[in-house]
Ligand binder design. Structure first.
Ligand code: ZN
Length: 204
């Protein structure tokens, strides 16, 4: 136990500190953040191909409460840790209709109970990967532009017109809520080849 130093009783939370090195309150805050980071990193395991949860349809979220806010925060963190640009509930074992995206040059966004209400006739090919099928990539054809309606983590409904990478990642994450993976949108031959390669890499 460390006596409360000039920074007040907060220091008592950290018995590993010596009183020879009193730490300012701002540093204490940083330590809290680090601990939180480690805890959530352990908790947010990302499920990979072969896990049946990834193949189930997610259920609507009835109440956007504190638990959902925390879930969204943890998912954004896990997405960043995994160096992904999107992450959906089922990928972290939560069969609820929520996903987070953070496309390059954009802000992190939370989509709860999303609906894709319009899609452009124009289709584009774009290379996709997935945190649940690590190291595998393939070109997938999807609508170039979409209009999405959803709720954010503050419980507010919003509509967004997306194109380019943002449209792409939203469609990919939306698929996860339906139990669909990007490999399902490839030809049988391409999908089988990709899965075989993935299994082989996994064994190595
Ligand atoms: Zn994915």
């Amino acid at each position: 136990m460390v006596p409360a130093g000039p920074t007040g009783p907060r220091t008592n939370e950290y018995p590993f500190r010596t009183k020879a090195a009193p730490v300012p309150a701002t540093k204490g805050y940083k330590l809290v953040r680090v601990r939180y980071f480690l805890v959530s990193f352990r908790r947010m395991e990302i499920l990979t191909l072969g896990n049946e949860i990834l193949r189930q349809k997610a259920a609507s979220i009835a109440d956007i409460n504190g638990d959902i806010v925390k879930l969204a925060q943890d998912m954004i963190e896990a997405m960043h840790l995994g160096r992904g640009i999107g992450l959906a509930g089922p990928q972290v074992g939560v069969l609820s209709r929520i996903f987070v995206v953070h496309a390059d040059g954009d802000i992190p966004r939370v989509f709860i109970n999303p609906s894709i209400i319009q899609t452009s006739a124009e289709l584009v090919e774009y290379e996709e990967g997935c945190l649940s099928i690590p190291t595998m990539y393939a070109d997938v054809t999807r609508p170039e532009m979409i209009r999405v309606q959803a709720w954010n983590e503050r419980g507010r409904p919003f509509t967004i017109d997306a194109e380019g990478l943002l449209a792409r990642v939203i469609q990919h994450e939306y698929d996860h809520l339906e139990g669909t993976l990007f490999i399902d949108r490839l030809s049988d031959v391409k999908r089988d080849r990709l899965v075989a390669l993935y299994e082989k890499k996994k064994r190595m």
